[in-house]
Design a protein around this ligand. Structure first.
Ligand SMILES: N[C@@H](CCC(=O)N[C@@H](CS)C(=O)NCC(=O)O)C(=O)O
Length: 263
């Protein structure tokens, strides 16, 4: 039996957080899922599965409306929602399916706890790691809404300004914390670095919309990072090459780079 099961759309940098930590710590996790587009054809359940076509009907007892990032109908069972009250993926489950763990940073924490590593040397370091994870979640939620608006051609100046404030606040803190160091806490890789690497790789998608931003007279915040926050930029690029991180994030970042080149 695996130590943790995760259901999500794939590839998903939020899932990569757990995958990176699991490989580094030797924790056995199982990741099940499909492309974002196809996840609307799945039963979101404690035992997720692809639905047959005749099960995907408007009168299905499991039908729900997507709330965040999904416009289509989704099929979520009551058992899934009992474990995952916010109804989101990535959705992790204890091996017996009794306990749902949501929020990718908390799924990452689960792996670190199971593998007894990457989570600081004492309670103070663990708590400082938690501080970075919490700050990171706030930033990630801001850029999630911003990227949805960009993808849906719904961005306006007010949302861009809100994103810029969130970006300045968060990235200035990371830049100051990292300075010339390689890792955020305790001089070695921790889940704070892994979470930053994965979320920031997702924020990198903002660069894909630089033309749309320019049309609105706005700048890509990501494009300004190297000039304004060189320590954060150096740290981000170094993490992408880290031997524990590159196997998961490498293909994701490479795909974005090829899409950018093709634009
Ligand atoms: N902060 C959460 C974000 C999770 C999230 O918002 N997931 C969205 C997809 S990006 C979702 O599952 N939406 C389900 C729905 O629309 O009902 C995390 O890091 O896990």
């Amino acid at each position: 039996m695996v130590d943790l099961r995760i259901f999500s759309y794939l590839p998903n940098p939020r899932v990569m957080k757990a995958a990176i930590a699991a490989r580094a710590l030797g924790v056995d996790i199982e990741i099940v899922g499909d492309s974002g587009k196809n996840l609307s054809n799945w039963l979101w359940d404690v035992n997720p599965r692809l639905l047959e076509e005749d099960e995907r009907t408007a009168d299905s007892p499991h039908i729900r409306h997507g709330k965040r990032g999904f416009d289509s109908a989704l099929y979520k069972t009551d058992a899934f929602l009992a474990c995952h009250p916010f109804g989101t993926v990535p959705a992790a489950f204890s091996p017996d399916g009794q306990i749902g763990i949501f929020e990718s940073n908390s799924i990452l924490r689960t792996v670190a706890r199971l593998g007894k590593g990457l989570y600081g040397r004492d309670e103070y370091e663990s708590s400082r790691i938690d501080s970075f994870l919490d700050a990171n979640l706030v930033f990630a939620r801001e850029f999630q809404a911003y990227l949805f608006a960009l993808a849906g051609n719904e961005l306006d100046a007010a949302l861009h300004e809100r994103m810029r404030d969130a970006y300045e606040f968060y990235v200035a803190g990371i830049d100051a914390a990292i300075g010339d160091e390689d890792f955020l806490v305790g001089g070695c890789l921790s889940i704070a670095d892994i979470s930053f690497a994965c979320d920031f790789a997702q924020f990198d998608r903002e660069r894909y919309y630089s033309k749309e931003l320019a049309k609105l007279g706005l700048v890509s915040l990501r494009e300004t990072l190297a000039d304004t926050y060189p320590s954060a930029e150096r740290y981000h690029l170094a993490l992408l090459k880290h031997s524990d991180i590159a196997p998961d994030l490498g293909p994701y970042v490479a795909e974005l780079a090829s899409k950018l080149a093709a634009r």
